[in-house]
Design a protein. Structure first.
Length: 249
């Protein structure tokens, strides 16, 4: 499938996304994804250094870096988000992670509403390890309620500015459908997830059962982070994964 590309140097395949991140990754046969969460957010430069140490200690090349979860101080302007991404992807290029000019690394980047980090920081990351008998594993990158790839998010936000129950329901439906689309491209569905994460500061209880639980997105529960998406005016984001081994450092 043209949208799913094999990144042999990393031991995974990815969904073609935008310059700052791919839409999702899945370990290739003979590999599995492992997720590592930092006990506290680690600033970007220090985080990259610690990630490199973990990957090298596992006997893997830096190209095994497959996904990450970031925490930022507050939602960016469109211009600020572009500037941040230019800094972020520079390290990925140095690590040899751009495949034919494409970024294979999946990502979520959200902003805690309460007690945010003072600077953009790493919350967690995933990388591939060799495992001949591994079950399939994957990460679907975070998505807010706007399609990727346009010049400006604001021009394409679903129900822009509508924070009513029905406005939020429409946002949730778009994001849930995007999670399903991305997972499907990798060959997975909600039944394969080990964790689903939601990022919003708004009340989802009025449609939680019908829109999220009933479709299978909370089969192992739902982790709700009281966070905002990374760009101003986005209000609802999710990501999901199927990873058998996770640890905290």
């Amino acid at each position: 499938m043209a949208d799913v590309i094999d990144f042999a140097a990393g031991g995974y395949r990815f969904i073609k996304g935008v310059s700052q991140y791919s839409a999702g990754v899945a370990a290739q046969p003979g590999y599995r994804l492992e997720r590592v969460r930092f006990a506290e957010p680690v600033p970007l430069a220090e985080g990259f250094a610690r990630i490199a140490e973990v990957i090298k200690a596992a006997g893997r090349p830096l190209t095994a870096f497959a996904a990450c979860e970031l925490r930022s101080p507050a939602p960016f302007t469109e211009e600020g988000f572009i500037a941040f991404n230019a800094i972020y992807i520079e390290t990925l290029k140095q690590w040899g992670l751009f495949e034919g000019g494409l970024n294979p690394v999946a990502r979520s980047n959200v902003c805690p509403e309460i007690a945010p980090p003072p600077v953009p920081s790493f919350h967690a990351f995933a990388f591939t390890v060799e495992d001949a008998g591994a079950a399939p594993s994957f990460v679907v990158a975070g998505s807010g309620e706007a399609p990727e790839g346009h010049a400006k998010y604001q021009d394409h936000i679903v129900n822009r500015g509508d924070l009513s129950t029905e406005g939020l329901r429409g946002k949730a439906r778009f994001v849930l459908a995007e999670m399903e689309r991305r997972a499907g491209l990798l060959g997975f569905g909600w039944k394969d997830t080990t964790a689903v994460q939601l990022y919003t500061v708004h009340d989802v209880h009025p449609f939680l059962a019908e829109e999220i639980v009933r479709r299978g997105a909370a089969r192992n529960g739902l982790t709700w982070h009281f966070n905002r998406p990374p760009v101003q005016e986005l209000e609802y984001e999710m990501d999901c994964r199927g990873i058998p081994v996770e640890r905290v450092i």
